[in-house]
Structures are given as C-alpha cells and as structure tokens.
Design a protein around this ligand. Structure first.
Ligand SMILES: [Zn+2]
Length: 176
C-alpha cells in the first residue's frame, strides 16, 4: 500500500495482513504539532510495516515517521528548520491482551479504529526536542557570542550562574 494513506486504520487487521503502509500526510493537519511552528507547509512521511506471527498472537509495527518543521531557535530566536524523526517499534495489543500484560513502554493498545494522523502526530510530538536550537556552529547567536569573545570555556565556567542566553540578551541590549 503506497501513496494515499487511509485516515483511519485497524492496526490488528493491518498486522494480520502484514501490511506495509507508506505515504504522506499534509503537515497542516497536525494542529497540536503546529502550535510551535512558524509554517504548516510540508508533509509528514510515514513508512510503517505491520507484522504478526503466523498464529496472530504477537503483532507489531516497525518503521518511521518523519517531518521537517519550521520552528524558532531558542538561542537566537530566528527561524530554523527542524527535522523530526520518530522511529517506531511497537507491539500492537488488543484491550483484552493489554489487561493481562505487564507494563510495557511501546505498546499500541487497540480498542477500535485508530486515526493514522493522530498516531503520527503523537509520535512526532514525542520526537520534538524540549528546546529546539540550531546546531552550535550554525546558529547566528553562537557566532555573535564568539565575536564578543565569549568562548565556550567562559560559558562553561559561568554556565551555572549565568546562561549564555542571559549574556546574549545583554549584548543585544547594549547594541542599541
Ligand atoms: Zn539559532
């Protein structure tokens, strides 16, 4: 199955059919994820392989969900493109199976039809870094800190007392 993805899936059935789902969902549908984004342009790429063993007792899904979002760098407050990758490796269990299972981290408990968009969105939100920032060598604020002679060592020495962000804020104020 490739291209157009179903909006609603039955993971148990997909596993029993050994289905491979691959395709894209418009990013703009993911309103919770987009709350922190500057733009809703783009797509979420989904590539999932559903599996079950021959007697259907153990079902799982593996694969990945990827997107590239436009968000704000917390260091320089400029726009940044943030690639998100959620690697999926989950057991698929029915509510009945879940009731007799020990706690397990990556389990998809299926009680009815599952929204593929919501599933993908949840996984991408989990893949979001707590504080999105450009890589150090790509961030304009890092270059500014370096130009002002605030090198990595100073920042580590003073890191506990004063964050580089505070220093940057001072520099920005003194620019005016
Ligand atoms: Zn930055």
């Amino acid at each position: 199955m490739s291209g157009a993805l179903p909006t609603s899936i039955d993971p148990v059935w997909l596993a029993d059919q050994q289905t491979h789902l691959s395709g894209t969902i418009p990013l703009k549908r993911m309103t919770r994820l987009l709350a922190d984004c500057r733009s809703g342009d783009g797509e979420v790429r989904i590539d999932l392989q559903f599996r079950s063993d021959p007697n259907g007792e153990r079902r799982s899904v593996q694969g990945k969900i990827e997107a590239s979002i436009e968000t704000t760098c917390e260091r320089c407050l400029e726009s940044m493109t943030l690639p998100l990758l959620a690697e999926i490796d989950m057991l698929i269990v029915t509510a009945e199976q879940a009731s007799v299972m020990d706690d397990h981290e990556d389990v998809l408990v299926v009680k009815g039809p599952v929204s593929l968009g919501e599933l993908a969105e949840n996984e991408l939100i989990l893949a979001m870094p707590m504080i999105p920032m450009h890589p150090e060598d790509k961030c304009p604020a890092s270059a500014l800190l370096r130009d002002q002679g605030i090198d990595e060592k100073d920042r580590q020495d003073g890191g506990e007392k004063q964050s580089p962000f505070a220093k940057l804020a001072e520099l920005k104020r003194s620019d005016r």
